[in-house]
Design a protein around this ligand. Sequence first.
Ligand SMILES: C[S@@+](CC[C@H](N)C(=O)[O-])C[C@H]1O[C@@H](n2cnc3c(N)ncnc32)[C@H](O)[C@@H]1O
Length: 218
Amino acid sequence: MAKKIEKNIKQYYSDRAYEYDKTYLRPERQKDIKKLHKLLKYLLNGHTILEIACGTGYWTKTIASVSKFIIAVDINEDVLQIARNRGISSDRVIFIQDDVYSLKKIRNNFTAGFAGFWWSHIPKSKLKGFLEQFHSKLQPNAFVIFIDNLRVEGSSTPISRIDFDGNTYQVRKLEDGREYEILKNFPTKKEILETLGNKIKNLNIKFLEYFWIIYYNI
Ligand SMILES: C[S@@+](CC[C@H](N)C(=O)[O-])C[C@H]1O[C@@H](n2cnc3c(N)ncnc32)[C@H](O)[C@@H]1O
């Protein structure tokens, strides 16, 4: 079952590659998006970053303007191709195809980890294992940031079903009409705290109108 969920997400984002960035143009979200750009630049200044599930490199470009160096990973070559054509200097970023659940090609020498809109796609049963794996690729005391969607009635795609583990799903439609059922969770603050446990420190959680952001040290 978990394999099918992961395959759906991989395929959906591959097929959506060329329309993905339109999500960042939604007028009602501009105020929040501007805040996130500003906050990420402030928080990731000077860091050597492992960015996972980087997609088309939308956030990579922002953080590349202030960080020392980024290795940005995604499973789909289609999105990485778009990211590589964003015009970010290769002195600042390397885009690598890899699976976030294994990160086989990644060594562990980063001062920070970042993931945009990825937490929400992880099945609940895999969250803790994923975090352990992600943290293991970072230096001791490294800084970690996740940003993701809040569920906003009338703006978010409706939930289509809930599975046995409490994961929620959406039916997403591409411009050409193809439909995909995608796991998309909207964790509460309590769930985020429970998932992170007591191994992390300096945790900050901020809720904007459409997005949440968390940052902490491992
Ligand atoms: C919601 S998009 C986020 C893209 C980007 N971080 C952003 O915020 O614009 C999720 C990304 O995860 C990637 N992805 C899906 N499964 C993955 C996996 N197992 N390993 C690495 N990346 C994966 C998809 O290709 C997609 O680009």
